[in-house]
Design a protein around this ligand. Structure first.
Ligand code: NDP
Length: 495
């Protein structure tokens, strides 16, 4: 029997006005109901925004270091509850415990980074061209921020957005993914326990087309921070752009790992196994393409096939599991459609290629880790994001061809190159068109104090993580202080 969870709006835990609810079921075990959640809509968003607007007047005046201390307390509480949070995340999202522990740790690190960053929210002093005049910039919060997040990092992604948003003095209306609302609810409970004022954080559960759209359309929300699919990102950009809202978009990826003929092949193999099949391939940075130099192609592929076929699938709560389920049945069916497309396009199916069934796997949405060889740019399995455990292998003859192939997608999030040749590594760093590039490491594995984000269709130029996140959540104010006691006209009186 799952718990009945609620929204948190205007300082109160409450149901949807309609009284309707939706179920959250463990993707590894359809008998395990994690909980039911309110199916909210525009009316609940209106109330949440009103509360957040009211709270902004107070919260923006709390000294930034004091706001930072609250974020630190949130980090401390998350540390104390790390295992509980990881278990909950695995139950509702499916990825293995090792990974959800990492997801929680990323949230903790982001809290402590906020604590460190809060006293550093400094402007600049800038010399004036006039005598007896002092110029400076200061950082101001924006107002009410709408936060819309996906299901694959149920805790880390909300923390990437909400810690810097609150630390900067904004107030928040938060809509988590419908597939992972329980972890999001625990996070809001932790923020409140840490001391975030009740109206400054509001949580509204419900669908993207109801709650998500209402947040984007609301005239009193000044900024939207969104992570999710490119299609929804484009829609948000159109709508929010029409109202001149600030929008941060972190969208899809079609990330590739290059393995050159001089690489440490064992290391490269470990990297691709983790990059392609960790989180069951459901990371925006997942390795979904493997670009192999022709000299090592056959040998590398043979070993990769062997090790992929041996991966142990199962419930992520079982410590022996290496690959958990995919998030839901439509996702599993969508992945399988791409596998059929790949076969139709003439790619060669090496391993996997269908839902994984039998025994306890029948209780969840499992898909076999799958590898295609003989893939070429222009094929849909090469160009389009599948967001599942499907790896496309491409054979190349030179470094130039490898880099051109890597760049031959509309996305530009993450990339990796394995080589021992320092010249090749630096050319790749220079020429690869991605926001994140790894040398001798897989395409996944962000550290929260570094910028995170992509170019091309992966986003709109903003970065999360690091101090750059604080730029998104603040307005710059330029201040001129004239202490000359006379009217001084810049560009006129001094020329
Ligand atoms: P979606 O875009 O479907 O959903 C993301 C969030 O947006 C969910 O909360 C969803 O609500 C909501 N939403 C859906 N439709 C709308 C709408 N019309 N208006 C406003 N909000 C809406 O993505 P997924 O959850 O399926 O996540 C997978 C995608 O996210 C992949 O493409 C992946 O690459 C990308 N991603 C990118 C990352 C990055 O940093 N670049 C990191 C992680 C994922 P609901 O759940 O209720 O449908």
């Amino acid at each position: 029997m799952g718990q009945d969870y609620q929204n948190y709006i205007a300082g109160e835990w409450c149901d949807a006005d309609s009284g309707e609810r939706f179920d959250n079921i463990n993707p590894a075990d359809h008998d395990d109901l994690v909980g039911t959640f309110p199916s909210s809509g525009a009316a609940e968003v209106d109330r949440a925004v009103e509360a957040a607007r009211g709270a902004f007047d107070h919260w923006r005046l709390v000294p930034a270091p004091e706001r930072g201390e609250i974020m630190k307390r949130a980090g401390d509480i998350m540390t104390a509850h790390k295992e509980e949070l990881a278990q909950l995340e695995t139950r509702e999202m499916g990825k293995v415990l090792d990974e959800t522990r990492g997801d929680v740790q990323e949230g903790i690190d982001t809290a402590y980074f906020a604590f460190g960053e809060a006293p550093r929210m400094a402007g600049k002093t800038i010399p004036s061209e006039m005598p007896n005049k002092f110029n400076m910039t200061t950082l101001m919060p924006i107002g009410v921020v709408g936060v819309i997040t996906p299901w694959n990092f149920p805790l880390a992604i909300p923390t990437w957005k909400i810690f810097p948003a609150l630390t900067s003095g904004n107030t928040v209306v938060f809509k988590p993914a419908s597939d992972t609302p329980a972890t999001a609810t625990r996070f809001v409970e932790i923020l409140l326990e840490a001391g975030v004022p009740p109206h400054a954080i509001n949580l509204v559960h419900g669908g993207g087309s109801s709650v998500g759209r209402a947040i984007v359309a609301h005239p009193d929300i000044q900024a939207i921070s969104f992570t999710g699919s490119s299609d929804v990102g484009r829609e948000i950009n159109r709508q929010a752009g029409g109202q001149l809202k600030r929008v941060s978009l972190e969208l899809g990826g079609k990330n590739a790992q290059i393995v050159m003929d001089d690489a440490d092949l064992d290391l490269a193999l470990e990297g691709v196994l983790w990059g392609a099949f960790g989180t069951t391939g459901q990371r925006c940075t997942a390795t979904s393409r493997l670009i192999l130099h022709e000299k090592i192609h056959a040998e590398f592929l043979a070993e990769l096939n062997k090790q992929t076929a041996a991966l142990k699938l199962g419930n992520g709560l079982d410590e022996a599991t290496q690959v958990g389920p995919v998030i839901n049945a439509p996702a599993r069916d969508g992945i399988h459609r791409y596998v059929e497309i790949g076969q139709g396009e003439g790619a060669h199916l090496e391993v996997g290629g269908g839902p994984a069934t039998g025994g306890s796997l029948d209780k969840g949405h499992f898909y076999q880790p799958t590898i295609f060889s003989g893939v070429k740019p222009g094929m849909r399995i090469h160009d389009e994001e599948i967001f599942g455990p499907v790896l496309a292998v491409i054979k190349v003859a030179t470094l130039d061809e490898a880099i051109d192939t890597l760049n031959a997608t509309e996305y530009g999030l993450s990339a990796a190159i394995y080589t021992r040749d320092i010249n090749a590594a630096f050319r790749a760093i220079r020429d690869i068109q991605t926001g994140i590039t790894y040398v001798n490491g897989p395409t996944i594995g962000a550290e929260c104090h570094l910028p995170f984000g992509g170019c091309k269709s992966t986003g709109n130029g903003h970065r999360e993580g690091g101090d750059g996140a604080y730029e998104f959540f603040t307005e710059l104010k330029t201040v001129y202080i004239d202490y000359s006691g006379t009217l001084q006209r810049a560009q006129i009186d001094n020329r």
